[in-house]
Design a protein around this ligand. Structure first.
Ligand SMILES: Nc1nc2c(ncn2[C@@H]2O[C@H](COP(=O)(O)OP(=O)(O)OP(=O)(O)O)[C@@H](O)[C@H]2O)c(=O)[nH]1
Ligand SMILES: [Mg+2]
Length: 351
């Protein structure tokens, strides 16, 4: 299994936004499998902890403990149709890490969070759906930005986007995860909320997610209404996860598309190199002496190396194409954007 891709995902969100509960539901759904896609925590103890956490919520109505300053790190093995494809690195931070200071007087988890953001293939910006029950117009925008920490998120995200653009490194895919979507009235007669309106409100709160060159998606998710029972815990029958797999599906689809595009670029460069080597070969004097023979041998070896590199890159390219091809249709109801415009290749924009 040494040829697996490594995918780094970083989740940012305010305290109590629902990150840890979401992670439990997400793992419960994907360890069981969704449309042939599965995840498995590679560390047996961490796997048991996640499964226990989910059981505690469902059976005893006990929500996860508040995350402390030691982040919980996970490495999941992602497989599709039982083929292991990638190691997904995912860390659960306390919400308090985002607005904390870094450096000698700051929190170590805040420092680690910033480093992870700078390396991540995908960022999951977690916003509590509680704030989006009603439209977020100009009158409430600053208050919601304060409570959801979108101000801090924007600053951290803008920093990594500008640095990476400057260095010519790929930009992270951004998923705006709206947790507790069960609290939002999507269908009622009394002024139901519409997803496109929510997206417009998010453009104003998190413009970085809609910046040029950025691929982003908006995913409302829910773990269930988590209603309180008579004993004060959560009623087990109110645990009902909806769409919790979609942020991962989107992040992986973007990863495989980005890898494919990257390989396409490298294959083009290889093609240009091959044309140059053939031209060099043709320019050598016919027959020629020792020097020309040596040059021909050297060029023949280079061309053989290029053939091998091309074959392996084509194989990976095909693999990435197949994987993104399998994941993209699962995003049919997800609003996906490229540079802030609906992405023609995905989601609800696809014909
Ligand atoms: N209605 C509803 N409540 C939820 C949902 N997900 C989480 N909650 C509630 O939100 C609260 C906070 O959840 P956590 O998962 O601990 O939040 P967190 O973001 O990990 O918090 P910190 O670790 O302190 O940063 C808990 O009381 C959960 O029961 C959901 O999908 N629906
Ligand atoms: Mg937590």
């Amino acid at each position: 299994m040494k040829d697996l891709h490594r995918v780094r995902l970083t989740m940012l969100g305010a305290p109590k936004a629902g990150k840890s509960t979401y992670l439990l539901a997400f793992y419960a759904a994907l360890s069981r499998g969704v449309e042939n896609c599965t995840l498995h925590e590679t560390d047996r103890n961490a796997d048991v902890m996640l499964a226990d956490g989910w059981r505690d919520l469902g059976e005893r109505g006990q929500p996860p403990e508040e995350t402390n300053t030691v982040p919980r790190q996970h490495t999941f093995l992602y497989a599709r149709a039982l083929n292991p494809l990638a190691h997904v690195h995912w860390t659960d931070y306390r919400g308090g890490a985002l607005p904390s200071f870094v450096g000698p007087d700051g929190s170590p988890d805040a420092e680690q969070l910033l480093w992870e953001v700078s390396q991540a293939h995908g960022l999951l910006l977690v916003l509590d759906g509680e704030h989006f029950r009603k439209p977020v117009g100009a009158d409430r925008r600053e208050a919601v930005a304060r409570d959801t920490l979108t101000q801090q998120m924007s600053s951290v995200v803008t920093d990594t986007l500008t640095v990476r653009s400057h260095e010519g490194r790929p930009l992270p895919a951004i998923t705006i995860v709206i947790t507790k979507a069960d609290l939002i009235d999507w269908s009622g007669t009394d002024g139901p909320r519409r997803l496109p309106d929510l997206v417009d409100e998010l453009r104003a709160l998190l413009p970085a997610a809609f910046a040029p060159g950025v691929v982003s998606a908006v995913c409302p998710v829910s773990v269930g209404a988590l209603e309180s029972g008579p004993d004060g815990g959560v009623r087990p029958d109110s645990v009902r996860p909806v769409d919790v797999h979609l942020p991962l599906v989107f992040s992986l689809a973007c990863f495989f598309r980005q890898e494919r595009d990257n390989l396409n670029r490298r294959l083009e460069e290889l093609h240009a190199e091959r044309v140059a080597a053939r031209r060099e070969w043709a320019a050598l004097p016919q027959g020629g002496g020792w020097n020309a023979r040596r040059a021909r041998e050297r060029l023949a070896t280079r061309l053989q190396e290029m053939d091998r590199a091309e074959a392996s890159m084509n194989q990976w390219r095909h693999h990435c194409e197949t994987e993104s091809g399998a994941l993209v249709p699962m995003l049919r109801h997800v609003p996906v954007f490229e540079g802030g415009r609906p992405a023609a290749w995905a989601g609800s924009n696809r014909g």
